[in-house]
Design a binder for this molecule. Structure first.
Ligand SMILES: [Zn+2]
Length: 79
């Protein structure tokens, strides 16, 4: 079981956490709020709350830490 990979708190709903997830169909890795389901292409955008979308992606699965390291997003992960 992977631990959840969060990068911060959602600036839209102020309740959810920003989680790095992967769309099952495309394998595309992005950031989603676990409450309001807003989505961002990158952690930078999520943390600034710019370029957010909803419903752009389908079902998601968890990502591995390795996949996040490959994107150089590991620096955003909350420990
Ligand atoms: Zn939210």
């Amino acid at each position: 079981m992977n631990k959840k990979l969060y990068v911060g708190q959602c600036l839209i709903c102020h309740q959810g956490m920003l989680e790095i997830v992967k769309e099952k169909k495309s394998g595309k890795i992005f950031v989603a709020c676990d409450e309001c389901e807003a989505e961002w292409e990158t952690p930078e955008d999520a943390l600034k709350n710019i370029n957010g979308t909803r419903g752009k992606y389908g079902a998601v699965s968890e990502v591995t830490f390795k996949e996040i390291q490959d994107l150089h997003w590991d620096k955003y992960i909350l420990l």
